[in-house]
Design a protein around this ligand. Structure first.
Ligand SMILES: [Zn+2]
Length: 483
């Protein structure tokens, strides 16, 4: 004596693709047992460990819900049709039903159990299947991270032993259910999902590891840096620990400082003795119209800390001189030169040579700019290139030279890029190369520049000649372009 059991689409893979199966009759419970013999595993999908019909499944006998009959004891007569109807939404398996099903088929462990497994020294692998960004914001110490998207591809390498005890976790306990199910399908025999995930772990006040040097806000702010393998958390920490001195808060110093602050250079010093003038605003983007008359260093500081309150900006409202250069240059890793006159250029160069500080050099003139890195002894210094300034009158004065307002943006940012590369120790810097930019032709040209073996300041074995009277040396305090 048999009856017909109609198999719903989500379970047909357990029935060899059949939509109906003939089984021996009896009670509904008997029929489901018979069905399980035909379709291995289907019983668990329909009934829970206690034997009840799962709450997301309904069973009908000849069109009547067994809950309105006698439940599992309902008698199924010969020739009757038993329909199994799981919850389905919109033509696809209902997510909540899937989740309930996963919860019923994948073993789960609580956070407390994982903790005591650890305390007992139990041998198991804890795998964090959250995204890399989530892992970087904080993780359970001693866990292994494999993003859900790479789990199937990477698990063999991470856990070669299919018999190993594995606990997977995610943020809240859902993705880890899917992950655990997938691992079980791959043949891992002892896989469980940590209920509640990392969030529960945190709520329970258990130890969480955050990569050194970066708090959660930093992990968010610098996420796009941290995602670059060449930068990562270590690189960001380096940036935050770095100290960069900007010479000038003008056309070059403004864009360079803006991006260095955004990038998280932890301490930015700004030397400038000027105040904001209306004519500056065509290119000096840290300043604003309502700050005309304010010290440029203070105006720059306000803009930079508004952008990134996590950094320190040190305003040095002074004109750089031979008398104060020793004190001002003390303790900086890097100088970004955006000065606007020859005396300062030479003074900055000489001080960088003396104190062994790399100097990122930029300059602009109307539609042209140039940028390089002076770093001795690997490359030349400014004096190797130009042992002497042009005589007065040979260089245009600040009043009539002029500069296209966007050009210092380009050059200042090239300086910022070089500064970041130097801090991170990445790539090929412009040491020994002078990059020229012609805005009108939209062309970059590169010139190779070499050390002068007879340079009075940086040649090997030369004793530092001392700071000089740079104003006198250049014979004019504004002998070149004002940026
Ligand atoms: Zn030199």
């Amino acid at each position: 004596m048999t009856c017909t059991v109609r198999i719903p689409t989500p379970l047909r893979h357990l029935a060899g693709g059949r939509d109906a199966v003939e089984v021996a009759d009896g009670t509904v419970a008997d029929v489901l047992d018979h069905l399980d013999r035909e379709c291995d595993g289907i019983h668990d999908r329909i009934r829970d460990d206690g034997g009840s019909v799962r709450r997301f499944v309904n069973v009908f006998v000849d069109g009547d819900d067994i809950r309105t009959l006698e439940g599992l004891s309902t008698v199924v007569r010969e020739g009757a049709v038993v329909s199994i109807v799981p919850a389905i939404a919109g033509g696809a398996p209902d997510w909540r039903a899937c989740l309930e099903e996963l919860k019923s088929t994948v073993p789960q462990v609580t956070v407390a159990e994982v903790r005591s497994m650890r305390e007992r020294g139990e041998d198991f692998v804890l795998i964090d299947v959250r995204e890399a960004e989530e892992n970087r914001r904080g993780r359970i110490p001693g866990g292994q991270h494999i993003s859900r998207g790479f789990l199937e591809m990477k698990i063999e390498e991470a856990v070669p032993d299919h018999g190993a005890k594995i606990v997977v976790h995610c943020a809240g306990g859902v993705r880890s259910l899917l992950a655990a199910q997938s691992l079980r399908r791959l043949g891992y025999a002892d896989v469980s999902s940590m209920a509640g995930g990392f969030e529960q772990w945190q709520r329970d006040g258990l130890p969480v590891e955050v990569p050194a040097g970066l708090d959660e806000a930093d992990m968010d702010r610098y996420q796009r840096h941290i995602s670059i393998p060449e930068v990562g958390v270590q690189g960001q920490v380096k940036l935050l620990e770095s100290r960069v001195l900007l010479i000038g808060a003008g056309g070059l110093g403004c864009p360079a400082g803006y991006y260095l602050a955004a990038a998280g250079v932890g301490t930015i010093g700004i030397v400038d003795g000027d105040v904001v003038d209306l004519t500056n605003l065509q290119r000096q983007i840290l300043h604003t119209a309502d700050r005309v008359g304010m010290a440029k260093t203070e105006s720059a500081r306000r803009t930079l800390v508004a952008l990134n309150p996590g950094i320190e900006v040190v305003p040095i409202h002074q004109r750089l001189t031979s008398a104060n250069v020793g004190e001002i240059f003390d303790g900086w890793d890097l100088v970004v030169d955006g000065s606007d006159n020859f005396p300062t250029r030479y003074l900055v160069n000489d001080a960088c040579v003396k104190f062994g500080i790399p100097c990122v050099h930029g300059s602009v003139y109307r539609f042209e700019g140039q940028v390089t890195v002076f770093k001795t002894p690997e490359g030349p210094c400014y004096r190797c290139l130009y042992p002497e300034p042009p005589p007065p009158g040979m260089a245009p004065s600040c009043a009539d030279a002029g500069v296209l307002g966007v050009l210092p943006g380009v050059i200042g940012l090239l300086e910022a890029v070089e500064a970041v590369k130097l801090i991170l120790g990445l790539g090929d810097t412009l040491v020994g190369r002078l990059l020229q930019y012609d805005a009108l032709r939209a062309e970059f040209r590169e010139l190779r520049i070499r050390r002068d073996p007879n340079c009075a300041y940086c040649a090997e074995g030369v004793e530092f000649p001392g700071f000089i009277d740079y104003e006198h040396f250049c014979a004019s305090s504004h002998s070149t372009v004002s940026v």
